[in-house]
Design a protein around this ligand. Structure first.
Ligand SMILES: [Zn+2]
Ligand SMILES: [Zn+2]
Ligand SMILES: [Zn+2]
Ligand SMILES: [Zn+2]
Ligand SMILES: [Zn+2]
Length: 303
């Protein structure tokens, strides 16, 4: 029986091309990209239509987000779904706050204290004025969690790295984004007898979501101080404060907050990561309101 061309429906008298379980006039088996016949044994399908290999590469293959070259072989995908050529992993520095790679043309000029991508820069908290709505939001949220501050007027300072390092003194580099602002009075034995809490300090230039997480963490320390829950193991105190950030990120429920949730969950640090997981476990066993009430009444994080 005479074969018929799938494209034009006419009988094929001369050369007949077999492809995709059908017969075609060779000139009628065409590329969906350029419309020219595909006269080769190899072609690439996309959404049910055939393409020249080259047309597929040029038109369909995903392109690198950084250099726009088509990615036909291997490529990497970051947390945010950005596809890129593997070599950029070595070439470009990652953003301090979100891990996105930053190609040279997107680097901040002049350089800030941290390497920041344009996305993180776009929501950066640079001044007390930028911070105000977010700080109010955080204070509101933390009181909704049952943490009360006895009407203490909590202040917020936005400060640079050097100033923050001075405030942190011996608390180490893992606490690089925020600090509590307080002054401690000591008795003649060198024991702390009185803590005057002024509020929290947060590093200048954090993206808004991280700013809120850091602020909540520091407000956790403040809450422990004013309720006289002192002398707890460091992992327990930091774990408690990390749990507060974690719960805020859950409440915000944005792609950015999901990113920070994942970094807290996967943090391998024995103090921050392990402390968080142990405290979260305790809080889950009791339920949050009971856990918090037990901490407040026993003045201990280890229940
Ligand atoms: Zn035909
Ligand atoms: Zn083509
Ligand atoms: Zn590339
Ligand atoms: Zn970033
Ligand atoms: Zn802390």
């Amino acid at each position: 029986m005479q074969p018929f061309c799938k494209a034009c429906g006419q009988p094929i008298w001369g050369r007949c091309l077999n492809a995709l379980n059908a017969n075609w006039h060779p000139e009628h088996f065409v590329c969906a990209g350029c419309g020219r016949p595909i006269d080769a044994a190899s072609f690439q399908m996309h959404q049910g239509a055939p393409y020249h290999i080259q047309c597929h590469t040029n038109l369909i293959a995903p392109r690198c987000a950084y250099c726009a070259r088509p990615m036909t072989n291997t490529f990497l995908v970051d947390y945010w779904g950005t596809h890129f050529c593997p070599e950029h992993q070595r070439e470009y520095p990652p953003c301090t706050y979100c891990g996105r790679l930053i190609p040279p043309q997107q680097l901040e000029q002049p350089p800030a204290e941290a390497i920041r991508c344009p996305v993180c820069r776009s929501t950066a908290i640079e001044t007390a004025q930028d911070a105000r709505p977010f700080f109010n939001n955080v204070k509101q949220w933390i009181s909704s969690q049952g943490l009360v501050y006895n009407n203490l007027p909590l202040s917020l300072q936005i400060c640079g790295k050097t100033r923050l390092a001075e405030m942190l003194q011996d608390r180490g580099p893992t606490h690089a984004h925020g600090a509590t602002v307080s002054s401690t009075t000591y008795d003649h034995n060198g024991r702390a007898v009185y803590n005057e809490i002024k509020g929290v300090a947060v590093l200048r230039g954090l993206p808004a979501t991280l700013f809120q997480g850091v602020t909540v963490h520091e407000l956790g320390h403040v809450w422990l101080i004013i309720h006289n829950i002192q002398g707890q193991p460091q992992w327990a105190e930091e774990g408690f404060c990390e749990l507060l950030s974690y719960r805020l990120y859950q409440a915000l429920n944005t792609p950015e907050s999901q990113y920070h949730i994942q970094s807290i969950e996967q943090n391998l640090d024995p103090i921050y990561g392990e402390g968080f997981r142990r405290i979260r476990h305790r809080a889950e066993q009791l339920g949050w309101p009971h856990f918090l009430e037990a901490v407040r009444t026993t003045r201990r994080l280890l229940l």
